[in-house]
Each structure stands twice: as C-alpha cells, then as structure tokens.
Design a protein around this ligand. Structure first.
Ligand SMILES: NC(=O)c1ccc[n+]([C@@H]2O[C@H](COP(=O)([O-])OP(=O)(O)OC[C@H]3O[C@@H](n4cnc5c(N)ncnc54)[C@H](O)[C@@H]3O)[C@@H](O)[C@H]2O)c1
Length: 263
C-alpha cells in the first residue's frame, strides 16, 4: 500500500491549468506546485499569469510555463498543443470560464457564441487534444462546471447554465469512452469568493442593482454553511481528483458548494 504522501504527490507530473491567472485556477496552480507538479498555466490575462508564475517560483521548486491564449479561439488552442508536442501534460484542468450576466431575451448570437466558445467549446477541444495524445499513456482530466448547471438560481445566466451542463455531459462521456486509461471528473463549485465573484458583488453595490443584491442575499440565506467558499477549498478537491488518492474516481460529479445543492 502506497503511503499517503506518495498518493497525494504530483511530483514528476506536469499539469495544464486554464484560467490560472485568477480565482480557482490560481489557487489550483499553487496547490499543484506544492504537490510537486510542473505547470503549464493558460489564461487570456498575461499580466495575471506572470504574477502567478513569479509567486509560484518564489515558493516552490517546480517549472512553470505560461501561455497567453484566448480559449474562445480554436486556432489558438490548436497552436498551444502544437507547442506542447512531445511534452504533453499528464493532468488537464479546464477551469477558465465566464459568468457574464444577460437577460435571456437580450442574448444575441454573438454573445451566445462567445460564452459557449469559452465555457464549453474550449473544454471540448482541450479534452480532444489531451485524449488524442494521452489515450495510450493515460492521464487525468478535471473540468469545472457550476451549481448553476443543476440548480439555476441567479437570473440572467441561461446561456451560462446551458454551457456548464454541457461540461458535465462532455466529461462523463469521456470518462465512459476512455476510462481504461483516462480518468475524467467534474467539480461543481458554488459561492466561491474569487476575484471574479468579488468584482460582481462590487458592481452590484456600486450600481445599486437591487435585483443582484437580492439574489446574493437569498443565496446566502439558503447556504447551509452560511459562508462563501475560499478558492483554495475548491483547489484542494481538484488536487485530490488529480492525485492517486482518487485513483478509482471516474465520471464523478463533485459539488464544492457548502451544501447549496442539498437544500
Ligand atoms: N466563483 C464561483 O463562485 C464559481 C461558481 C461556480 C462555477 N465557477 C466556475 O469556476 C471557474 C473559475 O471561476 P472563478 O470564479 O475563479 O473566475 P475568475 O473570473 O476569478 O477567473 C477566471 C479566469 O479565466 C480567464 N479567462 C476568461 N476568459 C478566458 C479566455 N477567453 N481565454 C483564456 N482565459 C480566460 C480569466 O482571465 C480569469 O483569469 C469558472 O469556470 C466558473 O464558471 C465559479
């Protein structure tokens, strides 16, 4: 039986994390580095990426490479994997996502396509590249969905909810088809106090957006744990899934939501 410290170690592994410049992705990058993984960090925000890379290098003795990619553009995704030829990651975390609010009746095609391109299509193409290159050697995929996919709560997120349930179906289908070598699981966060969520809360207060403030209040009221989560509390679950601690976990949907979906 392997000892615990070996099971949780990612030493000798390389992990690619999208949306690593902020929030859950950034927290995951730090935990993976602590567990010994070399990192490919992907984001559209180059400045944020550089900052994360420098902080990780100061703290941990791992290799960190950053890639400024717009994940809504498939050619950029293809180019990224071209660059990684022969040094593909062992672990893929598709975390980047946007939760832009827009009334269902005001969503036009361009907006819809953009949200789908970032939240769902990019996960599809990233997984396809990964599975193509790792289906013999094996690997681990963790995709990030949302409680909104299962329990639409906030108004103005119909497009988002559809994209995030797509992520669940995609992940489970991969787990089913490639389970012999690839483990694929979904993490379902909810109410995590990330940079993105803090920005939203601030905007709602600055604009006196009473509807959003009320949603936030109702959200808190039905949250069993009575508090928002810290990005690191999601990162720790992603680390568990990436590691051999979760060697028999495949096709699972894991909420990290303080119990929100149970109410
Ligand atoms: N925070 C929450 O409460 C919560 C709840 C449910 C689901 N999620 C999901 O978790 C994931 C991370 O959320 P977060 O709160 O940490 O968000 P965040 O806004 O703090 O960070 C998201 C990162 O994705 C990057 N990104 C956005 N568009 C991109 C693009 N086109 N190409 C490359 N990178 C891009 C951003 O630059 C940013 O660094 C998202 O998929 C989100 O939908 C978050």
């Amino acid at each position: 039986m392997k000892p615990l410290h070996e099971l949780i170690s990612l030493s000798g592994k390389t992990a690619l994390i999208t949306g690593a410049a902020s929030g859950i992705g950034k927290a995951t990058a730090f935990r993976f580095a602590e567990a010994g993984a070399d990192l490919y960090l992907v984001d559209i925000n180059e400045e944020g990426l550089n900052l994360v890379r420098e902080r990780i290098r100061e703290k941990f003795n791992v290799n960190v490479e950053t890639f400024r990619i717009d994940l809504s553009k498939k050619p950029e995704i293809d180019l990224l994997w071209e660059q990684l030829k022969g040094r593909e990651p062992d672990i893929l975390v598709n975390n980047a996502g946007v939760y832009w609010f827009k009334d269902f009746l005001e969503v036009d095609e361009a907006f819809y396509r953009k949200v789908m391109a970032i939240n769902l299509d990019s996960v599809f193409w990233m997984c396809q590249h990964f599975v193509r290159r790792r289906k013999e050697r094996g690997g681990v995929v963790i995709n990030v969905s949302s409680i909104e996919a299962f329990l639409p709560f906030a108004k103005g997120l119909v497009h988002y909810d559809a994209s995030k349930l797509g992520v669940v179906a995609l992940t489970r289908a991969i787990a089913r088809e490639y389970g012999k070598r690839i483990r694929a699981n979904v993490v379902v966060p909810g109410g995590i106090e990330t940079e993105g969520v803090k920005r939203l809360k601030k905007e709602a207060i600055m604009k006196f957006d009473m509807e959003k403030i009320a949603i936030s209040f109702n959200f808190n009221a039905r949250l069993p744990m009575g508090r928002f989560g810290d990005p690191d509390e999601v990162a720790r679950v992603i680390l568990f899934l990436a590691s051999d601690l979760a060697s028999y976990v495949n096709g699972a949907i894991i909420p990290v939501d303080g119990g929100f979906l149970s109410t």
